[in-house]
Design a protein around this ligand. Sequence first.
Ligand code: 13P
Length: 251
Amino acid sequence: MRRPFIAANWKMNKTIPETKGFVNEFILAVKDVASTDIVIAPPFTSLSTASELIRGTGIKLAAQDVFYEEKGAFTGEISPVMLLDSGCSYVIIGHSERRQYFGESDEIINKKIKASRKNALGVIFCIGESLEQREAGKTFDVLKQEIENGLRDVVMENIVIAYEPIWAIGTGRTASPEQAQEAHAYIRSRLRVLYGNKSEEICIIYGGSATPENIDSLMACPDVDGALVGGASLKPESFTRIVRFRKAEGK
Ligand code: 13P
């Protein structure tokens, strides 16, 4: 049985006081939620503050990126050990915004995943196709390539896969439950090739304009195990409603 996994990706939003305001309110709103893994990914500057505030709650902390070297002359970069030090249990790797704006290749992403796992940091590994690729019928090819390259020589443990179709990110144009299920089932079939029966235990979460309005129907899909939420995670009340999604019969 896979536990639902719902994560907030705040991207480049929230100062330290804003983080405090959100976390204090959110902790109270979800304190009785026991059956879902809840993760928040603030910007680097708010990690330590958030870590202190969530101590003793079930909420976990993620960073939005990491560098693959352990330490040294890499101005501006942050290592897996530094993230553990700041209270993180997870790191988001391979987000399409990092691929697009910061030139991250599959090879760099693979190095980041390996460095994180070597240091026992959990990974939220993002993949997904652009609109152009979808319209050209290349969605499965793109997903296959990103999975194979990103996970090359990676032992499958404490890794969550986030399917984030680029055309759905920040656009209000969510993938339909059918589109999400189709992609997630395909991703699981590729994971089965790499990892055998273990693929059944891997959480595959959806990201791209997930909201309180569409979360219940997305979570009803058999292979959608959670969500990675951008815009709708910035307000405690909307993220709380997403964390408190309504379970479908039989799931
Ligand atoms: P939105 O929920 O704002 O579309 O962002 C999704 C995302 O990129 C999460 O990582």
